[in-house]
Design a protein around this ligand. Structure first.
Ligand code: PLP
Length: 344
């Protein structure tokens, strides 16, 4: 397996170095990357880019809401150059607040419409790099042991037998959990959506910081259910763990994972180089070997065989402009803190 992985990486490196023939792999300056996906994919991306360009990458992995907060805190003295990955909503909020800057990549012509819709919504300050649908993963053994039918719907997660056995992240830090908050509000209406979250709270054992953590916990049997992006549960299912990924029967929301250049980036040219490269099919193909099974935004990039089939799910018409706006994101998060998190 390992060998195969390196073989693929080698093939990729050969293809990419042809594309970057004009840039010798030696000291080419640096790039500070804030990365919003899983650590393994973050490392694959930063490593491959560094190898091909000679640009030294300083990468840190954080959840989407945390990266947004960091950009805001650093806005008078920006430290980061590129924000790669994480749900689109906080990218849109950062764009609206002028924390990121506009850019038009030549690769735009190869992108899916949904990726360009993000770019347009952000007034060119953010672009879609992948898509993934929200759902949950459940531990098959735990569900059986509790005498429950296999959960298929959001409503099933309210069963009292699941008390203290559901995990989901905190929407302040996690892009995944904000996506859930915005999804239930759109799917059920705001009042019913908050009723749902209040009822769910009774079953939630803890609100984690990172969005994907509940998938790992469910795969290990530390919780019966983890509310996550479906692809984050698939990671553990394909490695044989007793976890099943579900696209909820009532319908569900989805994310447009995004990338933005930091306003005032000290290494602006390198940020643009990374941005262009990250949109190529070769760079997007690094996801699957790093166990990330989202749908890539470049039409010519291979879709991982393990990627959940979004066309077969009941997806809501997620209003990215509204739920990525600064006012709406602040309002919903404040309301969630007051009405849900504060509950005993
Ligand atoms: N991990 C993966 C693979 C994702 O696709 C995403 C969302 O884009 C996240 C993590 C989001 O992380 P968080 O919810 O911690 O912001």
């Amino acid at each position: 397996m390992q060998k195969h992985h390196w073989l693929r990486a080698g093939l990729f490196a050969a293809a990419a170095s042809a594309a970057f023939a004009a840039a010798p792999a030696q000291a080419q300056g640096s790039l500070v990357m804030y990365c919003g996906v899983q650590e393994e994919w973050c490392r694959a991306m930063s490593g491959a880019f560094e190898k091909e360009t000679g640009i030294k990458v300083a990468m840190t992995r954080k959840s989407a809401g945390e990266i947004y907060a960091q950009l805001k805190a650093e806005s008078s003295n920006p430290r980061g150059d590129i924000w790669w990955g994480g749900t689109g909503d906080p990218h849109l909020q950062a764009a609206e607040e002028g924390l990121t800057q506009d850019y038009e990549s030549p690769a735009n012509k190869d992108l899916h419409e949904w990726a360009l819709a993000q770019w347009e919504a952000a007034k060119k300050r953010s672009v879609g790099i992948y898509a993934g649908a929200l759902g949950f993963g459940y531990n098959t053994q735990q569900i059986k042991a509790k005498g429950l039918n296999e959960p298929k719907c959001w409503a099933d997660l309210l069963d009292p037998k699941l008390k203290d056995d559901v995990q989901v992240a905190d929407p302040n830090s996690s892009g995944t959990a904000y996506n859930l908050l915005a999804t239930v509000v759109q799917l059920m209406g705001e009042d019913k959506g908050f009723d749902y979250l209040r009822a769910l709270h009774k079953n939630v054992s803890q609100y984690t910081k990172s969005g994907a953590a509940p998938a790992k916990a469910a795969s290990l049997g530390e919780t019966a259910v983890g509310i996550v992006f479906i692809h984050d549960a698939v990671v553990f299912a394909v490695q044989g763990d007793p976890i099943k990924a579900v696209a909820p029967c009532e319908g569900t929301g989805y994310e447009i994972g995004s990338m933005s250049i930091v306003k005032g980036a000290r290494n602006l040219d390198n940020a643009k180089k990374f941005y262009d490269w990250a949109l190529t099919p070769a760079a997007q193909a690094l996801a699957a070997p790093a166990k990330s099974y989202q749908v890539p935004s470049n039409k010519n990039a291979p879709v991982p065989a393990q990627a959940p089939k979004m066309s077969e799910m009941k997806l809501i018409k997620y209003d990215f402009v509204k739920y990525g706006s600064s006012a709406e994101r602040v309002r919903l998060l404040t309301k969630w803190d007051k009405e849900i998190k504060a509950l005993p």
